[in-house]
Design a protein around this ligand. Structure first.
Ligand code: RIB
Length: 282
């Protein structure tokens, strides 16, 4: 049975600038032609989860503008239900994404409609898993956590302090190694720590319960790789697969997502991940 996943989070239009090397402080560099892509951690995770076989509903807000239409169209194209996404007077939030030839990136998010993100408590409580990230207000995240009956999964990115009230609601926390360190190595619930192309580690009550090494690929663009990991992990885990198996699928999905430019462009389907895992075992 495909799990029902609710994502409450950001929806951004990403302005992607490719360059040989990211600028240093005070430095000006030239970029290739600017390209617009749908993005935002919430929308990216919703698309990743839908492509991996989840029945996904998105909750958030966009402006009544062209970037908002682009983002909604991309969600719908991947099968995400966008009926509950609000259209508000503020502009759609925009991310300036600088990607250098090594695949490394820097991102600045200009906030807008994400600050008006909202949700429907009845739909949240009916979901098998609920995903949130830190690009929407903390007050909304706490209310979502209270409404959730299924697995409440928090991706603490971009990192900020986790209040005691929120910590008590979290079932699964997913962070990268830098966020983990900045949060003081949190030990509540199931904590999954990603580390780019290095091994992912899952902790329960501070003890290691599973590990997985991402497959090696020639990454073109790592923007959205973390979001792909989160979306893929939650679909497997909410389907009843073990933490170890869910990590393996999420690592494969995340690696595959880096092969195309744009956060959502390379996100694989469940079948593509199956084929990839099968071929890497042969
Ligand atoms: O995680 C990648 C995302 O972060 C980008 O799509 C950008 O919109 C920022 O939110």
């Amino acid at each position: 049975m495909k799990p029902q996943i609710a994502v409450v989070g950001s929806i951004n239009a990403d302005l992607v600038l490719q360059m040989p090397k990211l600028p240093g402080r005070g430095e000006t560099v030239s970029s290739a032609e600017p390209k617009w892509f749908p993005g935002g951690k919430g929308a990216n995770q919703a698309v990743a989860a839908a492509r991996m076989g989840g029945r996904v509903s998105m909750f958030g807000a966009v402006g009544d503008d062209e970037p908002g239409q682009m983002c909604l169209a991309a969600l719908a194209q991947s099968g995400v239900n966008t009926d509950s996404v609000l259209k508000v007077a503020s502009p759609t939030s925009t991310a300036v994404v600088m990607v250098e030839d090594t695949g490394e990136n820097q991102i600045v998010v200009a906030d807008g409609a994400n600050q008006h993100a909202t949700f429907d408590a009845a739909q949240i409580s009916a979901a098998d898993a609920v995903l949130v990230q830190f690009e929407i207000p903390e007050s909304v995240i706490i209310e979502v956590g209270k409404a959730a009956n299924g697995i409440f999964c928090v991706n603490a990115a971009p990192v900020r302090e986790i209040s005691k009230e929120l910590a008590e609601l979290i079932d699964v926390l997913i962070v990268n190694e830098h966020e983990f360190a900045q949060l003081g190595n949190p030990a509540f619930g199931l904590v999954i720590v990603t580390a780019g192309s290095n091994e992912v580690v899952a902790y329960q009550g501070g003890e290691v319960v599973a590990k997985s090494a991402p497959p090696k690929v020639e990454a073109l663009d790592t923007v959205g790789a973390g979001d792909t990991f989160v979306g893929a992990f939650i679909v497997s885990y909410a389907s009843g697969q073990s933490v170890a198996d869910s990590l393996e699928r999420a690592c494969a999905a995340s690696a595959l997502s880096t092969l195309k430019l744009g956060a959502q462009s390379g996100m694989p389907t469940s079948d593509e991940v199956d084929q990839f895992l099968q071929s890497s075992k042969n």
